[in-house]
Design a protein around this ligand. Structure first.
Ligand code: ADP
Ligand code: ASP
Ligand code: MG
Length: 418
């Protein structure tokens, strides 16, 4: 069981979480619980680091930001004990959850489970802080924002759990963010592949890496709400959204429990920025000169467009980077202006990426044209397009994000009938 930040926000909420955990244990299950820091706490800790030293050392940043989860894991263990349950916390370095040394964005390598399993078999509820681990050198690491989902899936895989229930503040995965589109529909099931794609283009309900890990390890994941009353159906009845394999999805469709759909979800991402380099020489090696220094600096480039060459053997190159890397990317490119040979560098962080995702696209034409027509009917200009086998993304003005998501939700027939 994993509980996110809003579920853990304060002792009152934690008491509710403890009630849910106790009820699951009372069904005769052995339970491990992974918790997030209280909502807003990680942001607060990140700000402290920035105030202390804008060029903070990631290893010390990890020492600071990992503390939020230490607090909530201890508090949940205490609350469970107050309810008469046997419970104890296991910090990342105690289990340990071993990660690579990349501070602030570490990846889990192994979770040592024998002691954990022994304690669970002895009837103790294990409470584990998400987001944190320990590197080879013994120092604390964190997994990147939203990383508690990945901690939960990794623990589930290590103890060979029957299921990994991700409790959050919505009751499942919807066709789009239900906070933006009131008519969004809850999905009974979503395939790993679709969820992976949705998460990677901005549906933050699950951290992308957690979905990749679940897919690789075959962990059965359910997304459900911790905000329902005492009379809510038990998690074992699968009231939330299940992340399933394509075969399982086929079975659900055949049994009539799921409709076959072209588009499964729409996601948006406002965290990218656009860079345009004008009048780049139109010859072999020119784009390599642009992207090599960015790659060397671990800056992830997402959408890329190279315009048709102009007459003088020149072209414009447009691409996106995470907003948090924009200043660094710009400085790197300016430094290499001579070598790359561009004229101007134009940046814009007021853009958004809107993506539609669905495995149905593999075998159906017309998904892209529906998108472009629906956006143009509302006067929304498309600045860039990129596609994968099961996804189409467009870049638009950030101010039009909510409108675009709503319009597309209707265009693909996803609106819930009220
Ligand atoms: P937690 O703190 O529990 O990890 P998050 O805030 O990380 O919760 O993720 C839950 C949020 O994800 C929801 O409140 C919702 O606004 C957002 N969200 C975005 N896209 C979707 C989607 N397709 N379905 C459900 N929730 C979504
Ligand atoms: N507390 C961390 C964050 O806010 C990890 C998580 O909640 O998943 O990013
Ligand atoms: Mg989250």
């Amino acid at each position: 069981m994993k509980f996110g930040g809003t579920s853990m926000a304060g002792t009152e909420r934690i008491r509710r979480v403890a009630g849910i955990v106790r009820a699951q244990a009372a069904r005769g299950d052995q339970v491990a619980v992974v918790v997030s820091a209280m909502a807003g706490e990680t942001d607060r800790l990140v700000n402290f680091c920035r105030e202390a030293n804008p060029l903070y050392d990631p290893a010390e940043y990890d020492v600071v930001v990992a503390s939020g989860e230490q607090v909530t894991s201890g508090l949940l263990a205490l609350t469970l004990q107050a309810l008469g349950c046997k419970a104890r916390s296991w910090l990342g370095w105690q289990l340990p959850i071993r990660t690579i040394e990349a501070h602030a964005k570490a990846r889990i390598e192994t979770v040592d489970a024998p002691e954990l399993i022994a304690s669970m078999e002895a009837g103790e509820i294990a409470v584990i802080p998400g987001f944190q681990g320990v590197a080879e050198d013994g120092r604390v690491t964190t997994l990147g924002r939203g990383g508690s989902d990945t901690s939960a899936v990794a623990v589930a895989a290590a103890v060979k759990a029957d299921r990994c229930d991700i409790y959050t503040d919505v009751d499942g995965v919807y066709t789009t963010d239900p906070r933006i589109v009131a008519k969004a529909k809850k999905q009974k099931a979503v395939t790993y592949e679709e969820m992976l794609e949705l998460a990677s283009v901005g549906a933050k309900v699950l951290q992308t890496r957690s979905v990749g890990l679940a897919m690789k390890e075959g962990v059965r994941v359910q997304v459900l709400s911790s905000f329902l009353g005492e009379d809510a159906p038990p998690a074992d009845d699968l009231p939330g959204t299940l992340i399933v394999s394509e075969e399982e999805m086929e079975e659900l469709v055949e049994k009539g429990e799921m409709e076959r759909q072209l588009v499964t979800g729409i996601a948006h991402d406002k965290n990218e920025a656009k860079i345009i380099l004008t009048r780049v020489p139109d010859r072999p090696g020119a784009v390599a000169n642009i992207f090599e220094p960015l790659a060397a600096a671990s800056i992830n480039v997402d959408m890329i467009i190279q315009n048709v060459g102009r007459d003088k053997g020149e072209t414009d190159v447009t691409f996106t980077v995470p907003q948090s890397d924009l200043a660094r990317a710009q400085a790197l490119l300016e430094d290499r202006r001579g070598e790359i040979g561009f004229n101007r560098i134009i940046t814009d962080s007021k853009i958004a990426k809107i993506s539609v995702v669905g495995v149905g696209m593999k075998s159906h034409a017309g998904v892209a044209s529906t998108m472009f027509r629906a956006l143009s009917d509302r006067g929304i200009n498309i600045q860039a397009i990129s596609t994968s086998e099961i996804k189409i993304s467009v870049m638009i003005d950030e101010d039009e994000t909510e409108l675009a998501v709503r319009v597309l939700h209707t265009a693909y027939g996803l609106d819930a009938v009220s």
